[in-house]
Design a protein around this ligand. Structure first.
Ligand code: DGT
Ligand code: CA
Ligand code: CA
Ligand code: ZN
Length: 576
């Protein structure tokens, strides 16, 4: 066991003793010992070998023996016995903000509470408030804490995790002595969800940064507070939802930073491939360097490290070991699409169906975003719940579009529709009426429960309709909420390829459908993708970067995405 691990074991002993009701004096012997160990400098292994701790304040004979046992065997029967003698539910309760070992022991002794579930019922019944030293306020706090604990360990969508990560990053960046900050892990790779946040800082002085980190306003619990690594549970209120995520912070030196950045960005699978590559070159890659001082010193950025490995730079979104390592070695990585490449969008709603803004408000927002066109695609007639448009109302909208297009200089509103795919795979208007639209987004909004064969046939039939331009939100999934309907996406993509249809990447962060894993396949089969915000408000039009993430993770270049084309080319391709 390392020095820090032993310190953690001593801390744990102190806590367990408190839960057992040991006197403060005995408890403090362990917590003080843990602190002394953390601060201890010099050769720890030599001290263990020589059994020499008598000069260290806070470590007496009894503690020295335990430290040596832990260091040499990695185990301590005393600690194992202690762990076995305390109900695991009590240890779990320690994670609740606002109650410590003493209160937990009182709950155990007075109310026979052994588990978090029992504690919850007791709070709900009001018995906890009546306990001496508790009160109504504490009871509420405990219930809040339990609700919080329930949300731990759950993945969080990128649009919720990312703002929390950014809030932490910005506060770290403002601290004195911080040279560089990066949000690493899955959020840097722009995955659609995150399990936790991985923060990295370059600085010569770690301790004050750690202290500031665990005291940030977002912190609801400190899980670990070490010299170079700390873990917290952080909370951010986003609208009506409170977002709770674990966040780890590591502080490294400026020289180590690119290596740590590469390591903690992952993915784990990508890292493993890089390590293998380093070994082939007689090097050894880890979060601190390349195992060769001169080569390590030359690497100031991640790109330098890839170069030292004989590889092209790999964008974080591609680091999933799905062929990017081979492509980087062959220097054949694609130039990925960027947010600024988009020139307009096709799938959007207005007040005519279930949107919150008018045609003109939406169009003006697109203009402000620097785009050349706004495609309106309100719901079609059968989707009554969402205000689907009858042919008559469509004609009214067309007239309004014509009028606005007269007014808007150097910008154009395109006449589209989000046309429901009916149960039998036909579209929601007569064929000759459909030809009046500039384009058609075909989407499934009903009959999610069909079997895979039936659903696939239904979607493929709609895709092969001459009026269909693109498929909207391919599977209907809602991330972390609802799986998509059963669909053979391979067949769908092949059908799109055969008929020259496009497939949408829905940029709503709760959809991100087509999934990135299929985007690559669509590209391979020559299917063009369209990044659509599925906007129901002007603010929603700014969601396209989430779609760009998916496109980049699917290896797309500007040329693979239909709405990177300017207005002229779009009209030509649509035959208008
Ligand atoms: P998440 O948190 O599930 O959304 O996904 P990640 O990728 O952020 O995973 P996380 O937080 O467990 O770890 C962050 C990065 O640290 C991961 O992407 C790569 C690196 N890492 C973690 N554990 C290992 C490991 O056992 N081996 C290697 N090579 N890298 C690891
Ligand atoms: Ca993570
Ligand atoms: Ca992590
Ligand atoms: Zn829709």
């Amino acid at each position: 066991m390392t020095k820090d691990e032993i310190a953690a074991a001593l801390e744990e002993i102190g806590t367990l003793l408190q839960l057992k009701g040991e006197n403060d004096f005995r408890v403090r012997a362990y917590t003080a010992g843990a602190k002394a160990l953390v601060q201890l400098e010099g050769d720890f292994k030599a001290r263990v070998a020589e059994k020499r701790f008598d000069d260290v304040r806070g470590i007496g004979d009894a503690l020295q023996e335990k430290i040596i046992t832990l260091a040499t065997t990695g185990q301590l029967p005393f600690l194992d016995d202690l762990r076995a003698s305390v109900p695991p539910g009590l240890i779990e309760m320690l994670r609740l903000p606002g109650i410590g070992p003493k209160k937990i022991k009182a709950l155990h002794d007075e109310l026979k509470i052994d588990t978090v579930a029992q504690l919850k019922s007791a709070c709900e019944a009001g018995t906890v408030a009546e306990l001496k030293g508790f009160g109504a306020k504490t009871q509420v706090k405990i219930l809040d804490g339990i609700a919080l604990l329930d949300s731990f360990g759950k993945r969080v969508r990128i649009d919720q995790a990312y703002p929390l990560g950014t809030a932490l990053v910005e506060q770290l960046r403002a601290l004195p002595g911080v040279e560089q900050v990066e949000l690493c892990g899955s959020m840097r790779r722009r995955r659609d969800t995150a399990k936790d946040l991985d923060l990295l800082v370059a600085s010569a002085t770690a301790a004050p940064i750690m202290d500031a980190f665990v005291a940030l306003p977002e912190v609801v619990q400190v899980v670990g507070h070490g010299p170079t690594k700390s873990s917290i549970v952080a909370k951010l209120q986003l609208g009506t939802e409170s977002i709770v995520l674990n966040a780890d912070l590591r502080v490294v030196t400026a020289a180590q930073f690119p290596f740590a950045q590469l390591y903690f960005t992952g993915s784990k699978e990508h890292n493993i491939r890089l390590r293998q590559r380093a070994i082939e070159l007689g090097l050894s890659l880890n979060e601190y360097g390349l195992g060769d001082e001169a080569i390590t010193a030359k690497c100031k950025t991640e790109a330098d490290i890839y170069k030292a490995l004989g590889m092209a730079y790999v964008a974080p979104e591609l680091r999933e070991d799905t062929g990017e390592v081979e492509a980087a070695l062959a220097k054949e990585l694609p130039k990925l699409i960027e947010v600024g490449d988009l020139r307009g969008v096709f799938h959007n709603h207005t007040t005519a169906s279930d949107g919150t803004a008018t045609l003109e408000e939406m169009a003006r927002k697109c203009q402000a975003l620097g785009w050349e066109y706004f495609g309106v695609a309100d719901h079609s007639q059968s989707l009554k719940m969402a205000g689907g448009l009858s042919p008559e109302r469509v004609r009214e909208q067309w007239a309004e579009v014509d009028e606005l297009n007269e007014k808007l200089k150097g910008f154009r509103i395109l006449k589209g529709i989000e046309c429901d795919i009916l149960l039998d795979g036909s579209l929601d208007y007569e064929d000759d009426f459909l030809t009046g639209f500039d384009y058609v987004v075909a989407s499934v909004h009903t009959h999610f429960a069909l079997g895979e064969d039936e659903q696939t046939a239904r979607v493929c039939k709609a895709l092969s309709h001459p009026a269909t331009t693109m498929l909207g939100h391919a599977t209907g999934r809602l991330i972390l909420r609802r799986p998509g309907y059963k669909l053979d996406l391979e067949q769908v993509i092949q059908t799109a390829a055969r008929h020259g249809k496009f497939i949408e990447i829905n940029a709503q962060p709760s959809r991100l459908d087509l999934d990135w894993t299929y985007v690559k396949r669509a590209k391979a089969l020559g299917v063009k993708l369209v990044i659509n915000p599925d906007a129901h408000s002007p603010a929603d039009l700014e969601l396209t970067p989430y779609g760009i993430n998916v496109a980049r993770r699917g290896w797309l270049t500007k040329a693979d995405v239909f709405n990177t084309l300017g207005l002229k080319d779009v009209l030509k391709l649509l035959g208008k």
